[in-house]
Design a protein around this ligand. Sequence first.
Ligand SMILES: [Zn+2]
Ligand SMILES: [Zn+2]
Length: 371
Amino acid sequence: MQTRAAVIYAPREPIRIEELELDEPRAGEVLVKMRAVGLCHSDYHVVAGNRPVGMMPMALGHEGAGIVERVGEGVTRIKPGDHVVLMFIPSCGVCQWCRAGQSYAWAQQINLAKGPQRDGTYRLRNRAGQNVGQFCMLGAFSEYVVAHQDSICVIEKNVSLDVACLVGCGVAGGFGAAVHRAKVTPGSSVLVIGLGGVGMNIVQGARASSAATIIAADRFDQKLAWAKQFGATHTINVEREDVVAKTLEITNGAGVNFAFEAISTPQTIAQAFAATAKLGTIVVVGLTPQAETQIPISPLQLVLMQKTLTGTLYGASNPQIEIPRLLNLYKLGLLKLDELVTQTYALDEINLGYADMLAGKNIRGVITFDA
Ligand SMILES: [Zn+2]
Ligand SMILES: [Zn+2]
């Protein structure tokens, strides 16, 4: 069958929208008609050349939701008509990490940016007959996606797919960074640097954890105003104020108990480190360009202040469990999703969507497909 999809042919080139040939789902695989896909920064890292991938051309997109059209042989827990959210790390269920309830640490993580499915074969081809890879083994910016059932989470039908897609990456990643990785405690103080589709959900996770002080930092005033709606108690515009000095001022010189870095640069990681109190935890959430190899922090302070510096993927959550759980919080009014979607785009507008992201115009832009 045919599908229109967003494909990158070389770093620093515009994303192309192309008609591709898509194979039928094989054994253990699922064909999904996509409904909505978030413009996550991780796809853009590939476009910018900051995130090397195993091959080009590569179909981008990983924060998606849709409706199952057909299933391949041997698929028993997913059926046509099911509403689903795609998972950018599969839950294989059998590797040592999945068996320990830590599928965010999937044993074959190295395969995520390679291009082919796990068995080394491809599902997409372009007009020239070239194989086209699937970023995160998904390639979700596409009318139709064939993915392994391990990458599919079935959800209830009473949630709009237009917002459910966000739970597949940014919401799970941000909320979980606060709740599962840092384990933010009631009454504590929190700093979040970077208020995109992940950072805003760290703010939500901190609020859900009853943090008393939630400091949100970004260079766009609009994002700071939005952060207040998501639970921030203080904001810092980093263009006008020093984030470390201001954070120390807000916390009476102590620093915060938990600092999150969602930009990601070595410099902002160092700021998060410096703004953290004794015994504090620093969580790095964003993907720093692969060329960066050092963080300018004081090893002496790491010891004397007894800090913990850690990283997290997928919010240290098991997405098969976490995605339905987050959607329940949304239905209870305890998690904001609608407000995260600040603009929707057609597939053909994907380069505009990413330009808007870079210009700080969106919390999350979302590509929507006609129902
Ligand atoms: Zn993402
Ligand atoms: Zn596994």
